[in-house]
Design a protein. Structure first.
Length: 418
């Protein structure tokens, strides 16, 4: 017999949140008192589990400002849990309203590599069809160039508690701690709703920890080097260079993780940008969950598989005018078809890995062919990946960003941190 669901009062859940985040604004406590923060984080995780099984608790939590988004972040990213435990999260609690929509910036996590904004939205009207289209970030009056990711709103919702993640293209200099986030919403009835939330950071920004690695990995004659490891509160970055004289084109490193000598493992960041740069340019970066607040003597880098294909055979060539497949690699097992400006690839599910992502395309004259979007469909036997491109009637090369062809698996390399 299943246990009955327990209804947790809103007031108790609200108190949990307030107890946890008020600590951010207080002076440093003695080491032994950090235990209370850890306890609260564990309580949050247990509540998150309850949310997954109990619709009653889920409906209560959804009404509590700032609670749902931070608990979800803690559940999927160990680095965020560390940030909360070590009181690096900064509470903001700034609200602005426009056209009946109230937007509250609950808190911020900021370092040299990026930002995470935790926000809530509520309204006097039905927001089940309210969509967040983009979020700009300004330092003073200057917009920061960065990659921004956020979760699209769920259908039939009446309240939003979510986050926006920024990945800076280059480390930010905190010459000013005055910022502004500009949210651009679109609603069927209200139209465009633009809300600006100015805020100022008060906490000291943690400095990035950089370690020289220079460890070369040879996988069946194909070499790449982990040049350095960079650790910030939000992420661990592995900077990698690929040997120019390799005979194969490296496409991806699968299931990368780092582990300390104590056995603490950090995997790739979920629901966010996990790779920076372009592996075809010979330099790229992998981003993992952070272990910034730990000080291990060494890190073991673990790679589940190295995916690579022969150089010069890493693309599909098509003619959008005649709808023909001109060439494809001899190893390629998928069925390819062209419909208007879309290229569909059907792969047997037995060979299914990560997405092929045929987003990098070049026209016959060498100029880029603009990628417009991607759709995925699946049945019991096949997965079909359809890539849409700009209007074009000529020939084009579509480069594979992934293909399941491992040349090495279960690789481990130990790197001292000096």
């Amino acid at each position: 017999m299943s246990k009955p669901l327990i209804d947790v009062p809103k007031e108790k859940l609200q108190q949990v949140r307030m107890d946890m985040f008020r600590k951010v604004q207080r002076e440093k406590r003695r080491k032994k008192r950090i235990v209370s923060v850890t306890f609260i984080s564990m309580l949050c995780l247990s509540l998150l589990f309850s949310i997954r099984v109990s619709p009653t608790i889920a409906s209560q939590v959804a009404k509590i400002p700032g609670f749902q988004a931070i608990v979800t972040a803690i559940a999927i990213d160990k680095g965020i849990k560390d940030i909360v435990d070590h009181e690096y999260y900064e509470e903001i609690n700034v609200t602005q309203s426009r056209k009946g929509l109230a937007l509250t910036l609950q808190g911020v996590i900021a370092d040299n590599s990026g930002f995470v904004l935790f926000y809530d939205a509520d309204a006097s009207f039905d927001i089940s069809k309210l969509n967040l289209e983009r979020v700009q970030l300004f330092q003073g009056d200057k917009e920061i160039e960065c990659g921004c990711t956020f979760t699209m709103n769920a259908s039939n919702q009446t309240y939003i508690s979510s986050s926006v993640k920024y990945n800076f293209l280059k480390p930010i200099a905190y010459t000013s701690k005055d910022f502004k986030a500009v949210f651009h919403f679109q609603d069927e009835e209200k139209g465009n709703i633009v809300i600006s939330l100015p805020f100022s950071l008060k906490n000291e920004i943690a400095k990035e920890k950089i370690f020289t690695a220079n460890r070369t990995i040879d996988v069946n004659g194909q070499k790449f080097t982990i040049t350095q490891i960079r650790r910030s509160p939000l992420k661990v970055a592995l900077d990698i260079e690929v040997a120019k004289d390799n005979t194969m084109q490296l496409l991806a490193l699968d299931d990368v993780a780092v582990m300390t000598e104590s056995g603490e493992r950090r995997d790739s960041i979920r629901n966010d940008i996990s790779t920076g740069g372009d592996i075809r340019d010979g330099k790229f970066t992998l981003y993992l969950q952070s272990n910034y607040f730990d000080d291990p003597a060494s890190l073991t880098v673990m790679i589940g598989a190295v995916q690579a294909v022969p150089k010069g055979e890493d693309f599909i060539e098509v003619d959008f005018g005649t709808k023909e497949i001109l060439t494809k690699p001899t190893y390629f097992k998928g069925d390819i078809s062209i419909v208007q400006q879309s290229v569909a690839v059907q792969m047997n599910k037995n060979n299914e890995g990560k997405l092929l992502m045929l987003s990098d395309a070049i026209k016959e004259d060498g100029t880029p062919l603009e990628f417009k979007g991607l759709t995925i469909s699946r049945d019991e036997q096949y997965v079909v990946e359809t890539s849409q491109f700009e209007e074009y009637n000529g020939k084009a090369k579509l480069y594979l960003n992934y293909y399941p062809n491992p040349i090495g698996e279960n690789i481990e390399v130990n790197i001292p941190l000096q």
